[in-house]
Design a protein around this ligand. Structure first.
Ligand code: PEP
Ligand code: MN
Length: 287
């Protein structure tokens, strides 16, 4: 029997666990993986234009929320299943894995029909029944850090997934609440680097929710790459001013393209490069 600590997720040597996300893409194998797309899936045109642009710029996987955890019950809650259909269709077309957030265990049967990777968001990091159910889903899980969670609590949340039989877990640092409310969150890059030292799971950084500010997304992405993250989760919108959710932190497609061009020199300075996936070559991925 395992002890009461986070024993299964702890690093035992130099290797990071490789997690297969689908379509031949893996994270944790050394190649830097960029997951990009809108915060919320809004309509067919917005989804299609945004994901086509990020794929063209070299994004390895696509994201978009169909069930949105909004602070206000009156804010846009997401398209639900029609949104998942739009995202899944684009994933097939562009041959890239798709990631979307599951809010509740009751949504899992629906989610697994459409998504390659289940995102468990900051607000649900310690929803232990959801963690246990997601562990049994047969899908990889992207587990975000809760904005009030310590690093140890985050490790133990991941431990729930492994203890439940799911080894395919990717972590994502997305900023925490601190005394300073000037920015949306405080990006804990040192926490990410500590996690890489202690834990064998791949760790992504979300420069969008951790800054809440479009102009800070690229610099924090480059910092995350330099500091050893395994990849990024980035929000992009064709028209941020009209986004139904999180427009202020969304990159435009040209800004995202600029980020993708800025990453390789930073990665190569630390002996790394962007991930390559066979599937991406098949659709003429740019790099
Ligand atoms: C998101 O990725 O859209 C999201 C809601 O993130 P978080 O759970 O980190 O707030
Ligand atoms: Mn968002």
């Amino acid at each position: 029997m395992a002890g009461s600590g986070p024993t299964r997720v702890m690093r035992d040597g130099a290797t990071t666990t490789r997690v297969h996300l689908g379509h031949g893409l893996e994270v944790g194998g050394g190649g830097f993986v960029v997951v990009a797309g809108p915060c919320a899936l809004e309509n067919a045109e917005q989804v299609e234009k945004t994901v086509a642009a990020v794929a063209q710029a070299g994004a390895h996987a696509l994201r978009g929320g169909a069930f949105k955890p909004r602070t206000s019950p009156y804010a846009f809650q997401g398209l639900g299943e029609p949104g998942l259909k739009l995202l899944a269709e684009q994933g097939r077309k562009l041959r890239r894995p798709v990631v979307s957030e599951v809010l509740d265990a009751s949504q899992l049967p629906l989610m697994v029909d459409y998504v390659d990777v289940l995102q468990i968001g900051a607000r649900n990091m310690q929803n232990f029944t959801l963690l246990r159910a997601a562990a049994k889903s047969g899908r990889p899980v992207l587990l975000k850090r809760g904005f009030g969670a310590t690093l140890d609590e985050w490790l133990l949340a991941a431990e729930y997934l492994l203890d439940g039989g799911n080894e395919a877990v990717v972590l994502c640092e997305r900023g925490i609440r601190s005394f300073d409310t000037t920015l949306r969150s405080t990006l804990d890059l040192a926490g990410m680097a500590w996690m890489k030292e202690k834990c064998r799971l791949p760790v992504l950084v979300d420069p969008s929710h951790s800054t809440g500010t479009q102009s800070l997304v690229t610099p924090m992405s480059l910092a995350a790459a330099a500091a050893g993250a395994d990849g990024l989760l980035v929000e992009v919108h064709v028209n941020p001013a009209e986004a139904l959710c999180d427009g202020r932190q969304a990159l435009t497609p040209p800004l995202f393209d600029g980020l993708m061009r800025a990453l390789p020199p930073v990665l190569s300075a630390t002996g790394r490069s962007l991930a390559r996936a066979e599937a991406l070559h098949a659709v003429g991925g740019t790099r």
